[in-house]
Design a protein. Structure first.
Length: 279
């Protein structure tokens, strides 16, 4: 075998890639033409060692994956998919937050104007505008339920932006300085340092906002959406049992909100496990 110092580092790297099967066929042929006979002998020796190792482990490669290892891999993939889903769900809220904190005054003023306008008017007005004003202005046809969902989404977006901004204000500025000292870019700082903590601290107020949003869904009856309160009112007119009907309605609302609170606590515990200093 020739000494490796007689072969250039680029040739050694290309030889390793050739033995591993990572070198394209054209480049492999060109490499063989440029190598010296001694280097070709060394390459052949490497190839024989590589083939022996593959034959040695061939039986193990054909064996089925152990159940415990397969279960661990599936669990890891499920965790990764869950993290990607949460990232997609939080992207809209993060975009609004970044716009609210933008260094560009026009962008920041537009978001502040949106927040002030939404928070300064009742949700009932938003519902009426979404159904009776916006469709004629845009020349489109919108179903009552689509208009109601859009109005509620616009209404709650203003509050969510302020909730996230308040959660961000509780974080220490030293974390950003430490992240920059480690060489992290602005996007990495937001993704790996700030946003996970912001969403963790915002879970309780976000749960309260979702609770208010769910109860505000009864306003959709004003645009002829048959939601739970409307169904209960119609049932009282047909059965003449208002106490029993509205008691059942209240129990249904309670069960839904109780489940929402339970999911919120579960999310808070799961996020706290990923953040070492969340408590």
């Amino acid at each position: 075998m020739p000494p490796t110092n007689d072969i250039s580092p680029d040739e050694l790297q290309a030889m390793h890639r050739l033995v591993d099967g990572r070198l394209p066929a054209e480049q492999a042929a060109a490499l063989r033409e440029t190598l010296s006979p001694a280097a070709l002998d060394m390459l052949a020796d490497w190839q024989r060692q590589h083939d022996r190792l593959r034959q040695l482990h061939a039986a193990q490669q054909q064996e089925s994956i152990p159940a415990a290892l397969r279960s661990a891999a599936q669990h890891l993939q499920a965790r990764q998919r869950s993290h990607r889903d949460w990232g997609r769900r939080g992207s809209m809220a993060a975009a609004l937050l970044l716009a609210r904190l933008s260094p560009y005054a026009p962008v920041r003023r537009r978001v502040m104007l949106w927040v002030s306008a939404i928070r300064g008017t009742p949700a009932l007005i938003h519902m009426l505008i979404a159904y009776y004003v916006v469709p004629p202005l845009l020349g489109i046809s919108v179903s009552p339920i689509a208009a109601g969902i859009g109005a509620l989404a616009c209404n709650t977006s203003a509050y969510i932006v302020e909730i996230l901004r308040g959660a961000l204000g509780t974080l220490s500025g030293g974390q950003v300085a430490a992240a920059r000292a480690l060489g992290m870019r602005r996007r990495q700082i937001w993704r790996y340092v700030l946003l996970p903590q912001v969403f963790y601290r915002a879970i309780p107020p976000l749960t309260s906002e979702l609770t208010i949003l769910l109860k505000a869904s009864s306003l959709m009856s004003i645009i002829a959406v048959p939601e739970l309160a409307t169904v209960a009112r119609n049932a009282t007119l047909q059965s003449d049992l208002p106490l029993q009907v509205f008691t059942v309605t209240a129990v249904v609302y309670f069960i839904i909100l109780f489940c929402l609170s339970a999911v919120s606590r579960l999310c808070e515990r799961r996020v706290s496990r990923m953040l070492p200093h969340a408590h």
